[in-house]
Design a protein around this ligand. Structure first.
Ligand SMILES: NC(=O)c1ccc[n+]([C@@H]2O[C@H](COP(=O)([O-])OP(=O)(O)OC[C@H]3O[C@@H](n4cnc5c(N)ncnc54)[C@H](OP(=O)(O)O)[C@@H]3O)[C@@H](O)[C@H]2O)c1
Length: 396
């Protein structure tokens, strides 16, 4: 008897996803991976904010059950234009519901900024596998987030390339024997530029990252190295490591994504071409590795891999984060919120490039150093920091 192709069932279950921040750069890469493995992944909900055109494109690619635009005006603009059967909803509450929906196996948390926290936390509380791209979740509410994961049994898998690399280098090893976690940093577009000329750089120059193609906010964060500062705080929560064991090193080629040093003197590194589909596919299916579509790494062609220490004068954010990591949660919430405000002000040409970190430092000098246990407290420190940052910018 011959078997019809439609009778052949895959020998693995299909994983249903909600993608928070589907219209962004991580969202698009997640959808690329899903399309490569359409027998393994399907979309429950695609969640965007304002980008209506992008959402229309994505819906055609993965046919989700639901589309949510957190901005009601964007949802209005989509009304009547989606394929039959796709449910359209709006607002952050709908995103939170889609993250906790019982039929969803995995949530990709890829909204940008602290706006992404409520929906990602809902996914964690519902015990989902959570691919965590939104680093602000851990920077602002690391204690709350990781405690919720431990209570619900949610698996939080990092989607940052550096943290995915650490996750891989730690797997199968005793955490007690780790002496250092070293995140690599490309150094961004200004790693070799004379620090004295940095005050005149434009948003366009700052956004043009040499190795990665990313959203505007994170690209500016890469140029100031605030991105690495946020990643160090993220690593502290993700891997439950003290500040003294966390460090960063500049590696211009972005081939080695992170290293873990063990007490026997061995260092384990993870290498791959810089392409976010690598950590995304790992987060989606680390059990057995899947083809990701990234180019093969040809080390003979790469030739040399170089490393250099981070220069605090050029990158004052890296000096700042050392104090923040040694302090309490109120400081990291403040660092993140003040940076969001200053980063945006720079992109809007309201302040200069070097003023971004100056604004953050000035705001940090005005807040109390206290632990934070509730989301209300998170929002309170976040609000105060944003207000103070705007005030500082008026006077600077
Ligand atoms: N891109 C990378 O290579 C990379 C690497 C590591 C980590 N990450 C992290 O991943 C997250 C996403 O980065 P990205 O580069 O993908 O950013 P992005 O391209 O700017 O996309 C951001 C996404 O968040 C949505 N969004 C923006 N404001 C929102 C709001 N107020 N409420 C709800 N949703 C909102 C956007 O929706 P609309 O576009 O529809 O308005 C979009 O879907 C960030 O936390 C970033 O730090 C990114």
């Amino acid at each position: 008897m011959t078997q019809d192709a439609t009778d052949i069932k895959p020998d693995h279950a299909c994983m249903k996803l909600t993608i928070l921040g589907a219209t962004g750069s991580i969202g698009a890469n997640t959808i690329d991976v899903m399309r490569r493995h359409s027998d393994r992944f399907s979309a429950y909900a695609l969640v965007g904010h304002q980008n209506v055109e992008k959402m229309r494109e994505l819906v055609k690619m993965v046919q989700p059950e639901k589309v949510i635009m957190t901005d009601p005006a964007a949802a209005m603009a989509l009304k009547g234009t989606l394929p039959k059967g796709v449910v359209l909803e709006s607002g952050m509450d709908a995103a939170v519901e889609a993250a906790a929906e019982s039929s969803v196996d995995m949530v990709m948390a890829a909204m940008v900024g602290s706006a992404g926290l409520p929906a990602a936390l809902a996914a964690v509380r519902a015990g989902k596998r959570v691919g965590l791209a939104n680093k602000e979740c851990l920077v602002t509410a690391g204690r709350i987030f990781m405690q919720a994961a431990s209570t619900s049994g949610a698996e939080v898998v990092p989607v940052d390339s550096e943290h995915a690399a650490v996750h891989q280098a730690l797997t199968g090893h005793d955490k007690e024997s780790v002496t250092k976690i070293i995140l690599t940093a490309s150094g961004g577009p200004f790693r070799d530029r004379d620090p004295k000329t940095l005050k005149n750089v434009t948003p366009e120059e700052a956004i043009a990252h040499p190795n990665w193609n990313m959203g505007a906010k994170i690209s500016v964060d890469s140029a100031t190295m605030m991105n690495k500062a946020l990643e160090l705080i993220e690593a502290r929560w993700l891997f439950n490591m003290p500040a003294e064991k966390l460090s960063a090193i500049i590696h211009p080629q972005s081939i080695v994504h992170a290293m873990v040093e063990y007490r026997d003197g061995s260092i384990l590194a993870q290498m791959a071409e810089p392409d976010m589909r690598s950590p995304i596919v790992y987060a989606m299916h680390s059990e057995s590795r899947l083809e990701s579509g990234i180019p093969w790494l040809d080390l003979a062609k790469t030739g040399s891999l170089t490393f250099q220490a981070v220069d605090d004068e050029r990158f004052p954010a890296m000096r700042l984060v050392q104090d923040v990591m040694k302090g309490e949660d109120s400081l990291s919430i403040t660092l993140n919120a003040a940076n969001e405000v200053a980063n945006r002000a720079f992109r809007e040409r309201r302040i200069g490039f070097m003023q971004i970190v100056q604004v953050v430092e000035s705001v940090l000098g005005q807040v109390k150093n206290l632990p934070v246990d509730t989301l209300d407290e998170v929002w309170s420190y976040d609000r105060d920091a944003r207000y103070l940052a705007e005030e500082v910018m008026i006077t600077c």
